[in-house]
Design a protein around this ligand. Structure first.
Ligand code: IDP
Length: 160
């Protein structure tokens, strides 16, 4: 079967997904990982760290100057986060669908933010909003050698 499915053997799209300090403190790590895993996406990088303010500010550089920026940077560096890289077809766009809207109260049930959050400043998880953002964010948080390249034995059962 695997020999008949070469497409699943090549590097697919990558997204940077991060469980923020509120998601970690609330015990949502395993639930969030399980959602991406059960969808069929592949975990290729993961680490737990307390981001420095400088790293948090770089990650959210596009929001520099906005009123909520200082609080956002302080919050992200207030405790451990789980930084991850997930791989799979359309993982950037579909990952955002799984995550929901920026405001958890505008996110439908079934999405991560819809199921678990209330305030925008405590929305549990980050996901890259474009393939270009994903590339920038992955380079910011991970070294190339920290990303695994492998083919799960289930690949031919997920991709045709
Ligand atoms: P996203 O996380 O859904 O991509 P962005 O607009 O990129 O949303 O904003 C980044 C993060 O900044 C949000 O996830 C949220 O935590 C925070 N944020 C965005 N807008 C506001 C706001 O108006 N007030 C407080 N925090 C905000």
């Amino acid at each position: 079967v695997l020999a008949d499915a070469p497409a699943c053997l090549e590097r697919e799209e990558l997204s940077f997904i991060m469980i923020k300090p509120d998601g970690v403190q609330r015990g949502l790590i395993s639930d969030i990982i399980a959602r991406f895993e059960r969808k069929g996406y592949k975990l290729v990088g993961i680490k737990v760290l307390v981001p420095t303010q400088a790293l948090a500010a770089k990650h959210y550089a596009e929001h520099d100057g906005k009123p909520f920026f200082p609080k956002l940077v302080n919050f992200l560096s207030s405790g451990p986060v789980v930084a991850m890289v997930w791989e799979g077809k359309s993982v950037v766009k579909y990952g955002r669908t799984m995550i929901g809207a920026t405001n958890p109260l505008a996110s439908p049930p079934g999405t991560i933010r819809g199921d678990y959050g209330i305030d925008t400043g405590r929305n549990i998880i980050h996901g890259s909003d474009s393939v270009e953002s994903a590339q920038r964010e992955i380079a910011l948080w991970f070294k190339a050698e920290e990303l695994a390249d492998y083919t799960p034995s289930t690949a031919a059962w997920v991709y045709e």
